[in-house]
Design a protein around this ligand. Structure first.
Ligand SMILES: Nc1ncnc2c1ncn2[C@@H]1O[C@H](COP(=O)(O)OP(=O)(O)OP(=O)(O)O)[C@@H](O)[C@H]1O
Ligand SMILES: [Mg+2]
Length: 272
């Protein structure tokens, strides 16, 4: 990519993947989020500091009420911390007004939600195109990029299907295609396997592993330690603080996504 970064938004997005000295994708420093409840302040996060470099696959774990969603909302620029500092891909979030914040959210983050959040009366293709439309990508190009993204997640044959015509696993794959279509700096997933059966969950993790292997940065909330095994780093929260932050050798999926219909082949456990 030799074009200068000031030509178009699209080029500016691509430039963030160059190998010049790069800022971390996420730099959280002493993040506090407090809520006023009656006379008292509830601390949803207490002085959380966390740095995530480009290309990491991080699982955020913790019991209910430990502050996971609060932290995700801050990382996703959906909420502003009470105090502390947050830079997303080198941009200081505190400097931005609401409009700039939603722009950076749209350009830099691809969201994957537990409930998929697809628009029901739109085809898979249209759902994937939507964030690109908001990001100002021209119709012809967003169509091309949406097709590439849907093929990548194994849905090249389902481009025109509505979401109610797709299985849960397929819907979640559409939402991943939607998340990567804008070529974001970060994929942010909140309980992405929460509504999936174990087979679909493993297929989804095979897809995340593939994206990770291709250099994508992924931050994923999960309650399930089996799902967290696919990440290369696990961060655990308790009562709004990080109590564990460990790198690990990520679990290798048993089969690639596109052939995941027979995930037990070669294992033998199912056959016998
Ligand atoms: N809008 C709010 N107003 C008041 N308190 C809040 C608010 N949002 C979160 N909290 C409090 O902050 C703490 C952390 O909440 P958070 O939603 O981040 O937990 P969580 O780890 O995502 O839990 P779960 O696994 O149940 O989704 C909780 O004690 C919660 O009651
Ligand atoms: Mg939550």
């Amino acid at each position: 990519m030799t074009l200068t970064s000031d030509r178009t938004t699209r080029v500016a997005i691509d430039v963030s993947t160059q190998n010049s000295p790069e800022p971390p994708i996420i730099a959280l420093s002493n993040i506090v989020k407090s809520y006023r409840m009656g006379d008292a302040d509830v601390l949803a996060t207490r002085s959380v500091s966390l740095t995530v470099a480009k290309g990491e696959f991080v699982a955020i774990m913790g019991a209910s009420g430990s502050g996971k969603s609060t932290l995700m909302n801050i990382i996703g620029c959906l909420d502003i911390p009470t105090s502390g500092h947050y830079s997303l891909d080198g941009v200081n979030i505190r400097d931005l007004d609401d409009q700039a914040l939603s722009r950076i959210r749209n350009m830099k983050i691809g969201f994957v939600f537990q409930g998929f959040n697809l628009i029901p009366r739109m085809s898979a293709l249209q759902n994937v195109e939507l964030p690109m439309a908001y990001a100002g990508v021209k119709p012809k190009e967003r169509r091309e990029r949406a097709i590439v993204a849907l093929r990548l997640v194994g849905l090249g044959e389902r481009l025109e299907y509505f979401s109610n015509e797709l299985s849960g696993g397929q819907q979640q794959r559409v939402s991943i295609a939607r998340a990567i279509g804008t070529n974001p700096a970060l994929i942010l997933a909140d309980e992405p396997t929460g509504n999936l059966d174990s087979k679909s969950s493993n297929e989804l993790m095979a897809l995340f592993t593939e994206l990770h292997n291709h250099g994508r940065t992924i931050v994923m909330i999960t309650h399930e330690s089996e799902i967290a095994e696919y990440a290369s780093r696990v961060v655990e929260l308790r009562d709004g603080s990080i109590i564990r932050d460990q790198r690990q050798i990520a679990r290798v999926p048993s089969e690639s996504t596109n052939t995941a219909a027979s995930p037990q082949d070669g294992d033998g456990s199912e056959v016998r």
